[in-house]
Ligand binder design. Structure first.
Ligand code: 4NP
Length: 158
């Protein structure tokens, strides 16, 4: 079993989309039994809350339901429990590396590092912008999670 955790700041906008889209790709590839998926935030403001309504609506527009997710904060044990911790932006990446305990084994990476065709290096925070930001985030997360899965398949499930 490979375990993957997607992380952003609030765990209500970007990482819930990443969790939902990656789960969608994993199901389409028939790998749901061998890849476990979760998401979390580096911040604590939204613990227990569902995703932002704009993330829920954007995903629903593509037939993906992320409404059942609830936000949680990254914990110390995540760094042992998960094989991959995938950060949405550079701040998340730096925060995760600061939080990581010495014994932590998780491989911490930026999501967009898996997409060589993506000019951006981080997924922008859409929280304070309009709905268009969510559509943009959806597209880049969709493409990057698909490519991340292709890499996982190549490395672990050939
Ligand atoms: P996320 O977006 O990190 O993609 O979930 C944010 C959500 C909430 C806040 C910041 C970013 N906030 O400051 O409450």
């Amino acid at each position: 079993m490979i375990k993957v955790l997607f992380v952003c700041l609030g765990n209500i906008c970007r990482s819930p989309l990443a969790e939902g889209l990656f789960r969608h790709h994993v199901m389409a590839h028939g790998l749901s039994d061998v890849i476990a998926i979760d998401s979390a935030g580096t911040g604590a403001w939204h613990i227990g809350n569902p995703p932002d309504p704009r993330s829920i609506q954007t995903a629903l527009g593509h037939g993906i339901d992320i409404g059942g997710q609830r936000a949680r904060k990254v914990t110390t044990s995540d760094f042992d429990d998960f094989d991959y911790i995938i950060a949405m932006d550079h701040n998340n990446f730096l925060d995760l590396n600061t939080m990581k305990p010495p014994h932590g084994t998780a491989d911490i990476q930026l999501l967009l590092s898996y997409d060589p065709e993506q000019p951006l290096s981080e997924v922008p925070d859409p929280y304070y912008g309009g709905d268009g930001g969510f559509a943009e985030v959806y597209t880049m997360v969709d493409q990057a999670t698909e490519k991340f899965l292709a890499k996982l398949k190549d490395q672990h499930f050939r």
